[in-house]
Design a protein around this ligand. Structure first.
Ligand SMILES: *[C@@H]1O[C@H](CO)[C@@H](O)[C@H](O)[C@H]1NC(C)=O
Ligand SMILES: *[C@@H]1O[C@H](CO)[C@@H](O)[C@H](O)[C@H]1NC(C)=O
Ligand SMILES: *[C@@H]1O[C@H](CO)[C@@H](O)[C@H](O)[C@H]1NC(C)=O
Ligand SMILES: *[C@@H]1O[C@H](CO)[C@@H](O)[C@H](O)[C@H]1NC(C)=O
Ligand SMILES: *[C@@H]1O[C@H](CO)[C@@H](O)[C@H](O)[C@H]1NC(C)=O
Length: 419
């Protein structure tokens, strides 16, 4: 039972690392006080009783959830045999989605709020990710709000990270009665360039923050007497200079990828630097890998894994159609195949890096699930319809599922174990 959520292909998720709040407390106490076998036996019994009485997600004193309460799916049946890779599966229609209304969430930015920007078809809102051998447990927003009490959640990365940040706030706000009790601490507005945003859930005493760090490593000035075309040096051996602000967090979620393109680097005069020397011939993939190495040692040298749960999200699939000029045709329905978009060189490098980090880092391998969702992009339903967008996803939408996965990794174990 303890090992119920076994992830086959990414071995660094270990249930024993789920020392989060009360669970840790409870486990320590239990295992030190009783005979282990007896305890596991009685937990098993409790588990069976819980299933028998359909009493699975209501084992707390919180009110019933608003979200998902009438979900006509099988997500309470989380009993699965064998192994479950949460990232291998398909999307199934589910009328209980979406999880929130973006027009009622002050933190869903206009640019991602597709319905507000004139999108008429709504099928894209009604899909749920279904892993092949198991279910992502249905979450109870009230339980999660309580579990986050006193915590600091930090998202670091590019605008796709900002989307997940917005999605998380909107999901959590469905459980907050007084919407005014949720606010950006300095009254800052969400913009594309903003470096830091910190939203506080004051009734629950936690914050959800976003740090813009599109490459994770530090840009700087090129050395003197560099060729004129070199405008910026991306220092692959130095993590972004705001990295100190990421350290004291309880949940830390990274991404990077979308800016590592020739158009966004070389064409704008950005080149790579290592150890103070420009590396003009270096490939983007080579540079990306070097940046990950820098991230890897930073994690090991700075993060206290007793406090901080670290996640790394892999590349978020895009759906630009190939050709001399990339086009963005948002479909009405998800693709039935991934058409090769489930594979990505950046994702592969992230997977390899994360595997070798000495402290637990959980992969959010969202590349395959995103690959199907040609229907879920912003397209021309953004705040700037003249620039089509097949990179970002609409809110509500795919990023909500990234958060459901995050909640599963953080909390589902507890729901299996306790009570
Ligand atoms: C629920 O499970 C039943 C039986 O396994 C299946 O026929 C049905 O399609 C499932 N419903 C959903 C929404 O997955
Ligand atoms: C879980 O499923 C397995 C078979 O898939 C079944 O043998 C077992 O009894 C189930 N356990 C519970 C607690 O429902
Ligand atoms: C979302 O909320 C707005 C404002 O309250 C409302 O007009 C709209 O109908 C809602 N949209 C959906 C899809 O429920
Ligand atoms: C809020 O959380 C912080 C950080 O965990 C903690 O130090 C503080 O005591 C909490 N405040 C209240 C009122 O619970
Ligand atoms: C947006 O794209 C859709 C489908 O691609 C098209 O029908 C519509 O006219 C476009 N709207 C604008 C404002 O360009």
């Amino acid at each position: 039972m303890v090992n119920r959520l076994k992830l086959s292909s990414f071995g660094h998720f270990r249930p024993k690392d789920l020392n989060f709040g009360e669970l840790k407390h409870c486990q320590t106490w239990v295992f030190h006080s009783f005979n282990r076998v007896l305890v596991i036996g009685s937990l098993l019994l409790l588990f069976l009783v819980a299933i028998g009485s359909g009493y699975f997600y209501n084992t707390n004193s919180f009110p019933q959830p608003i979200v998902l309460e009438n979900a006509g799916d099988n997500r309470t049946n989380t009993n699965f045999s064998g192994e479950c890779n949460l990232f291998v599966g398909n999307w199934v229609p589910d009328e209980s989605y979406p999880l929130y209304n973006a027009s009622e969430c002050p933190f869903a930015e206009q640019g991602f709020s597709c319905l507000d920007n004139g999108r008429k078809d709504k099928e894209y809102l009604k899909w749920r990710w279904k892993p092949r051998n198991c279910e992502i447990p249905r979450f109870d927003v009230y339980v999660i709000l309580e579990k986050l009490r006193g915590k600091r959640i930090v998202f670091v990365g590019d605008s796709l990270s900002r989307t997940q940040w917005e999605s998380m706030i909107c999901i959590l706000m469905t459980g907050v009665e007084d919407k005014k009790s949720v606010y950006e601490v300095k009254g800052r507005k969400i913009t594309r360039q903003i470096r830091h945003l910190q939203v506080r859930f004051s009734s629950f005493n936690f914050t959800v923050e976003f740090y813009r760090s599109i490459f994770l490593v530090q840009p700087g000035s090129p050395p003197k007497r560099s060729p004129k075309r070199i405008k910026k040096a991306l220092m692959l051996d130095k993590l972004d200079d705001i990295n100190k602000e990421w350290i004291h967090s309880d949940i830390l979620v990274f991404n990077t990828g979308h800016w590592w393109t020739p158009t966004k680097l070389f064409e704008l005069g950005w080149y790579f630097q290592i150890d103070g020397k420009m590396k003009l011939g270096m490939t983007i993939n080579g540079a990306f890998n070097k940046a990950l190495t820098t991230w890897h040692s930073w994690i090991e040298n700075n993060i206290n894994s007793d406090r901080t749960r670290v996640f790394f999200r892999t590349f978020e699939a895009t759906h630009w159609s190939a050709g001399p000029r990339e086009k963005c045709d948002v479909t009405r329905q998800p693709w039935s195949e991934t058409n090769g978009k489930d594979k990505n060189a950046f994702s592969d490098m992230i997977i390899d890096t994360v595997k070798n980090v000495a402290i637990p880092v959980t992969l959010l391998h969202v590349t395959p699930m995103g690959a199907y969702r040609s229907d879920a992009h912003v397209g021309n339903w953004s705040d700037n319809p003249s620039v089509p967008d097949c990179s970002h996803y609409c809110l509500p939408g795919v990023p909500d599922m990234w958060n459901e996965l995050l909640f599963t990794f953080l909390f589902s174990e507890q729901q299996y174990q306790i009570h």
